[in-house]
Design a binder for this molecule. Sequence first.
Ligand SMILES: Cc1ncc(COP(=O)(O)O)c(C=O)c1O
Length: 427
Amino acid sequence: MQTGEELEAQAWAVFGGGASSPVRAGRRVGGVPFFQQAGAGALAYDHTGRAYIDYVMGYGPLLFGYRMPGSERVKAQFDTGVLFGSTHHAEIRLAERIRGHLPSMERLRFTTTGTEAVMGAVRVARAATKRSGLVRFGGNYHGHTDIALLDAGASAETSAPQAAGIPAGVARDVHVLPYNDLPSLEALLACEGEQIAAVLLEPVVGNMGLVLPVPGFLEGVLSAAHAAGALVIFDEVISWLRLGLGGAQGRLGLQPDLTTIGKILGGGLPIAAFGGRADLLACLAPQGPVFTGGTHAGHPLAVAAGHAVLDELEGQPELYDTMRRRAEYLAQGLQRLFTRYGYPYQVVWLESIVDFKFRPGDPIRDYTQAKEAKAEVFARYYHAMRERGILLAPSYNEVMFLSTEHTDAQVEETLRAAEGALLAIKH
Ligand SMILES: Cc1ncc(COP(=O)(O)O)c(C=O)c1O
């Protein structure tokens, strides 16, 4: 069997940057990256076959852990046709079901990834308003197109446009503001409002740790943007289905002009969508001039998985209660450990997301605060947890995702491991 070091060398010999997505290369925490060979329930198995309780959950999509909801349905789709180059009935039905839960998505279009969904939503907003400016917030992550980077969260800390392959012209149209800072948005809109097509944001941020909007922030964004004739795009690629069937917008009773969704929708298969007001989506070709396309958009296998995901969540709403209860137990347990061992850190949690930063003080509000966290302490904690059989994402910007498959016993085991890890890194 190959060692982790050998796999790492092999990966670096074939992948640019050592991995297909940068965070996987593990450079944020150092050491040998995690190589996975399998997953079952809430467990990830490394290349040696050792099991870990997994809180990465594929960076969010695996709400059902490694159990694929409706796998029979997906397998049946293999026999009916793996890919169609035409619109299909199940795809239409899935769009109808999504709209049933997210009524703001009066019309939508499927894509393969969240990145493309955001790209499509921004292009529609720019075409509909005939403006090119885009406002984003530091530490939010919206995929890896040129417009979405620059001070983005997750593993994309790109701050130098030219050096990072992003044309300065693109960067000139993108304004990055501090999250939760309504006055800075109002000030920008007061000067440049007529050039701003859209304000793009995660209504609950999951990419600089878990950051909740302060009361009134999202309402203020909607009213300030609309007053300036700009549109608001809620990126719910993480939050839709993670926070419930209505997503963040349903939970908060807010109506964005455009929305992007993805991740959990495919239960692990790649599918995403953008959508919103019917008059805006009327910009799309062939009805209007805006082009977005995709060979794999609305992929039949992912659509079958999407139906299965919704069947399960609609049929068993108590799944959310169970996940919430376990996340709360984990969050409270971690908080107690911090108190017991004199760590001045705050645990934050919402539904099945749990997070904390190695940073004293109140829960963070923006990316400047997020970057104050001690990355090197997190790196030691990450490895101490991994040694104890707990798999965290190898970046302090990422959160812990629970799933329907995490058990009470696994949460207890995680807390025991955290106690050991916190003691180990203290010395
Ligand atoms: C909020 C948000 N939007 C968009 C994306 C991009 O999605 P994808 O990785 O499927 O392209 C992500 C990915 O993490 C995300 O968290």
